[in-house]
Write a protein that binds this ligand. Structure first.
Ligand code: FUB
Length: 456
């Protein structure tokens, strides 16, 4: 491996850096939202921009919610670059929709579509009116803008009982609504007004799915004449995301395969949407990564999705790194890495009582390494690497590009310092471009890194 004496720097704590990083954007790698719990993401592209319509988990207080879900309202988020998500705030709440039971905390998985110049937001909730004790209904709210304000219709959609609405408009302009009720996915045609059914709901026939304990969360999309019905489905213990295909939006469908396997740490639910943006397909889904002891406080994640030459979806292994290109001059949370060496690297929460503070990554073996993909250097002026580190016994590491022994960017020699410190070192010149970053430990003394950031 190459070394470069001129690059060797010692540890210089600098306080002012902390101040200049106060506008740190935590909304980038997985999970995508780091200041609240979000679940059930439906992501749409409107006017060349991504809009994410999730549901919103909050920790329950006594007597609230339903089997651990406490979901009072909906936010909407948007992004142009897949890494920075703007929160447009609350667009609907269980206390502001005329037909919804106030303080019922059951605003579950929503969807939003554009038609005839308006944005139609579909959401399930508990209705005030109950029939034989049943009251799960689906309503619509309408807006001129994808981020609201949304005006809810006075009543829910007649003819629908259930949860998890999804609306799909075909190339011929016909719009269909799908939802789940009692372990069955239903579908129906919508009227042109988008707020009433134009046909009687029918159960979606999915051939070849086999034994199942549960099914919900339909999300339909079309690609090259194939209609893809995607849904979470529980064969035994927790939900896996799967799909079936048809040549007709109302089926019958043929079961195809798993898109994402069930969670290893037993998060009971998962919930998906699939969207193409700037020539790449993405899967948005959720997990309980920020609330590992409780699976009803979930967080949205996303990963790239690929088709094979026959139009079949390739299985996705959930990643920490997620999607998009990270700007080298913004904080890079390397604990959301793409790959690490088999031994010598581990992550932990910065503060296990406040998991929204994120994670840090520890290195405790010489030559243990971490790979963080897709970092963009947009000018040829990078001179400095800022980082937050903890190194009680010193230690050292190298920063390289594209491979463990790729071009050297910096050698960081750490001083013995108790607690977290922000430091700054000189780097080699880095030509503008998009690189995979490698951090390679050069000491057996353990040290931890919270984030990195490059500067001119
Ligand atoms: O978020 C509440 C419910 O959990 C959703 O409606 C389901 O799809 C599942 O994710």
């Amino acid at each position: 491996m190459k070394t470069d004496k001129a690059l060797q720097n010692t540890f210089i704590p600098i306080v002012f850096l902390v101040l200049s990083l106060f506008s740190v954007n935590l909304f980038s790698q997985n999970p995508l939202v780091m200041d609240q719990f979000t679940a059930d993401p439906t992501v749409r592209v409107f006017d060349g921009k991504l809009y994410m319509y999730p549901s919103h988990d909050v920790p329950c207080k006594d007597g609230q919610g339903f089997i651990g879900f406490c979901m009072p309202d909906y936010h909407v988020f948007s992004s142009e670059n897949l890494t920075e998500w703007e929160d447009h705030g609350v667009i609907l709440s269980h206390n502001t929709v005329p037909w919804v039971e106030p303080a019922s905390f059951r605003m579950w998985a929503p969807d939003c579509v554009f038609k005839n110049g308006k944005y139609y937001y579909y959401f399930p909730a508990n209705s005030v009116e109950k029939i034989n004790g049943k009251g799960r209904r689906i309503g619509v709210a309408v807006s001129d803008k994808p981020y609201g304000p949304f005006a809810p219709e006075a009543n829910f959609i007649e003819g629908i009982w259930g949860i998890d609405p999804n609306v799909f408009t075909d190339k011929d302009g016909k719009s269909y609504i799908y939802w789940a009720e009692e372990r069955v996915i239903y579908g129906a045609l919508l009227k042109e007004n988008m707020v009433e059914l134009a046909s009687v709901p029918v159960p979606m026939k999915i051939n070849g799915i086999g034994r199942r304990k549960f099914i919900e969360g339909p999300f339909m999309f079309e690609r090259k004449g194939i209609y893809y019905m995607t849904f979470p489905y529980i064969p035994e213990t927790t939900e896996q995301i799967v799909y079936a295909t048809s040549d007709n939006p109302l089926g019958p469908f043929k079961y195809q395969n798993v898109i994402m396997k069930e969670w290893e740490n037993k998060c009971y639910t998962n919930h998906q949407s699939i969207v193409a943006y700037k020539n790449q397909w993405y899967l948005f889904y959720h997990h309980n990564e920020l609330s590992p002891d409780f699976d009803k406080n979930r967080s949205i994640k996303a990963d790239s999705l690929f088709f094979d030459k026959n139009g079949l979806i390739k299985e996705i292994i959930p990643s920490k790194r997620g999607i998009g290109v990270s700007n080298a001059e913004k904080t890079i949370q390397i604990d959301r890495y793409s790959r690490v060496s088999k031994k010598g690297v581990s992550t932990e929460f910065n503060n296990s009582n406040q998991t929204f503070d994120g994670w840090n990554v520890s290195f405790n073996e010489t030559n243990s390494w971490l790979q963080y993909n897709k970092v963009e250097f947009s000018n040829n002026k990078t001179k400095t690497l800022n980082l937050k580190v903890k190194s009680p016994k010193g230690g050292s590491f190298e920063v390289r590009l594209n491979a463990i022994d790729g071009p050297l960017v910096a050698i960081v020699n750490l001083e013995d310092v108790d607690g977290w410190k922000t430091t700054s070192i000189k780097t080699k010149k880095i030509k503008s471009g998009i690189y995979n970053l490698f951090i390679v430990s050069k000491s057996k003394e353990p040290f931890a890194i919270d984030w990195l950031q490059f500067e001119q």
